[in-house]
Write a new protein. Structure first.
Length: 380
């Protein structure tokens, strides 16, 4: 026999597998109807556990690990199919449909918006990219922005969530677990960090540089090229520029936006000092109310996944099966659990698609707990 003959055997085996799998799913349909009539739960952990042990014992030891990997997925697909037959709670889907109908067709040009920092902050620049005439309220911390939305002080809030050079803003993800909110838009902002100082200052005379931690991380190569310079972290790049302007010193500088030079009367000693010219920060726009604007093609969710082998795989396999592209996966430790995590997913899927509706309906079955954070479009 040659390779062609073996492939023919594989093809015949695959046909038989598909036939038997479809037959098994048809039986699952009948089981679902029985469970629905008798008000029985779909998931029977004891049955699945004993069934898996029985199947593993029925094969040679060399095949047990493969059966142990295959059948949990088959059980998962069977449960999802049964839930579809029975019908799951559509409360969230109805809420999403209601939000689509209730949300204005056009994103507002003006609103009261919360930003972290002071005048000239990158959050302000991102805000002005989203809103033509924003009424900005500044807060000293990112938590202040979340709290302003939570208390209804502002309709929207602007927050940085990731940078193409420095990575995710972990503090934002941690705060996401604390507050209830919805993401309504996102925007990518080209970020150029400039070294700003008082007029008359010289680069070789600078002894201390102020900026936000993220900006410092993004300008590592430039900062390492300077000698005898202390780098001091402060709450915001614009606040750093303001501090330098009010310091009265000629030996201090700030890593900040070019607009801060004009706002605070500073000179630019060095332009675009970030490590890479392709330096972008992604900002999200959040609100208390669920708003879904036309063209929403990105969805964000948070999940707590069971702390056992294969749990994350089961979630990722659903995205793959539904043809949904995963564009971001982030994990953050749960504060009240040891070595357990909240997973954050950004998914590329239209809110109007059948795949989106199916995924939302199935989320309860594939994780311990989840939160729908919103569906939105991103401005580039």
């Amino acid at each position: 026999m040659d390779l062609t003959d073996y492939r023919k055997q594989i093809d015949e085996a695959d046909k038989e597998l598909v036939r038997v799998f479809c037959e098994r799913m048809e039986i699952c349909k009948n089981i679902a109807k029985y469970k629905m009539e008798n008000k029985l739960p779909v998931f029977d952990s004891a049955r699945e556990r004993s069934k898996l042990a029985e199947l593993c014992d029925s094969v040679d030891e060399s095949m047990r690990s493969y059966i142990g990997a295959l059948y949990p997925m088959i059980f998962e697909l069977s449960r999802l199919y049964q839930k579809r037959i029975i019908g799951s709670d559509s409360g969230l889907l109805e809420k999403i449909k209601g939000a689509i109908e209730a949300t204005d067709k056009v994103f507002p040009e003006s609103a009261v918006v919360a930003c972290q920092g002071v005048e000239g902050a990158y959050s302000q620049i991102a805000c002005e990219k989203l809103f033509r005439i924003p009424n900005i309220m500044y807060f000293s911390s990112w938590e202040g922005v979340f709290a302003a939305i939570d208390k209804g002080l502002c309709r929207y809030g602007i927050l940085p969530i990731e940078n193409s050079t420095a990575g995710s803003v972990n503090r934002i993800y941690d705060l996401m677990m604390k507050y209830n909110f919805s993401i309504v838009k996102s925007v990518r902002l080209k970020v150029d960090h400039n070294l700003l100082a008082r007029k008359g200052a010289k680069l070789e005379e600078i002894r201390e540089i102020f900026s936000h931690e993220q900006a410092i991380n993004q300008c590592g190569e430039f900062l390492s090229s300077l000698r005898n310079v202390k780098v001091t972290v402060c709450e915001n790049t614009a606040a750093a520029a303001k501090l330098v302007a009010e310091s009265g010193r000629g030996d201090v500088a700030a890593l900040s936006s070019r607009s801060c030079a004009e706002i605070y009367g500073l000179e630019c000693l060095a332009e675009a000092v970030q490590d890479t010219g392709n330096n972008y920060t992604r900002f999200i726009c959040i609100s208390k109310k669920l708003e879904i604007y036309a063209g929403a093609d990105r969805t964000s969710i948070m999940m707590i996944i069971s702390h056992k082998p294969g749990s994350l795989y089961n979630v990722l396999s659903r995205f793959y099966a539904l043809g949904i592209n995963l564009v971001k996966l982030e994990s953050r430790p749960l504060p009240d659990r040891d070595f357990e995590f909240m997973f954050y997913f950004d998914l590329e899927t239209s809110v109007y698609s059948s795949q989106f509706a199916q995924l939302i309906a199935e989320l309860d079955s594939i994780c311990e707990k989840f939160r729908y954070l919103g569906s939105y479009s991103e401005m580039v």
